[in-house]
Design a protein around this ligand. Sequence first.
Ligand SMILES: Cc1ncc(COP(=O)(O)O)c(C=O)c1O
Length: 383
Amino acid sequence: MTGFLAFDDLTPNPIEVARQRRIARGGYIDLTSSNPTHHGHVFPAALLSQAADAYWVARRYEPDARGAPAARAAIAHYYAGRTPACSIPPAQIAITASTSEAYGLLLALLTDPGDNILTPAVSYPLLEYLAGIHRVELRPYALDERHGWQIDQASLRAQADGRTRLVLVISPHNPTGMVVRAALPALTALQLPVVCDEVFAEFGYSVDHVPPFAALHPELPVFMLNGISKMFALPDLKLGWIACNAPAHQQYGERLEILNDMYLSSSGLIQAMLPVIMRDGGAFIGQMRRHIRHNIRIALELLGTSHQITAQPPDGGYYLFPAIAGWPDEERLVLHLLEHGVLVHPGYFYSYDHGTHLMISCLVAESQLRAGLARLLGGIAHP
Ligand SMILES: Cc1ncc(COP(=O)(O)O)c(C=O)c1O
């Protein structure tokens, strides 16, 4: 066999097998979900209809290799309003169908097969598949758990070699919640392009504002990724983007435009809707942010009642990634918790194998979160 995943074992892992069995026996509380539309975060329908109306009346196909100009202007306006403000002219933005697609375009743009890219460990699963498609190696750099999961700069420098083509940063990071708050001298020293995934940027917890990465490192080529999937809880409407700072645009803008022009995957409809969504969607973001912050507070309070659990308040994002004492085998713990009727992910799903960790999503309704965490606390205390 040749090609994508040709040598991988695709049989379901033991947690998935147990999950299916548990469904047959009456279900469980899911504390892993990252789908906002399953938990009452539904963007106002009236706003979406209003945003779509104008498109149907004056519909014409006007393809643009970087995406519809009015949508790019709305995105540029969004960066101007970030803290600190970030100037990204519309010409430096490419609209894609999602940030996942944006990752793929950037790997095609910046790497050749056999190259490597620096990625955080703790990681998230999409990256391995993307690396597989593009035949590049993921080189993990460490996040320092004892210091709020901040990027370990010595590790970053040690992992780079002559075939390293980019550094991937996720801020707020999934699932540790870490936010990069200041420039990192190690990145300046490496002089590599940085791709920064900021899909959780609107969901600060300990930090009030997530700085746009381009504002921290104006000297490096920086590609910031974001989209409506998390920001407005609209993953089904398919719009993401790549915002290039000046060095990234100067060095790579022309080739990125040709790459994006190959597919033009984001629909004309959602691009036409974006200016209204961005102009009027602020209240919805605020409501979702309050709900998530409230849930994180509750989860930290409940987890704090167990001496076996160390849960750090995240800088941002939806998730908690607590360390668990007394359970050396992560998989055994997750299977045991499933028996107690609650599903969480083990740290190894995120390529992290230092001690035992669980990934808990705080997106769910408060009642579900409380009930799920009660089961989790009971399960951890009773092996
Ligand atoms: C950190 C991070 N980036 C990107 C994505 C994917 O976003 P999109 O729906 O825009 O592809 C996810 C999805 O969970 C994510 O957690």
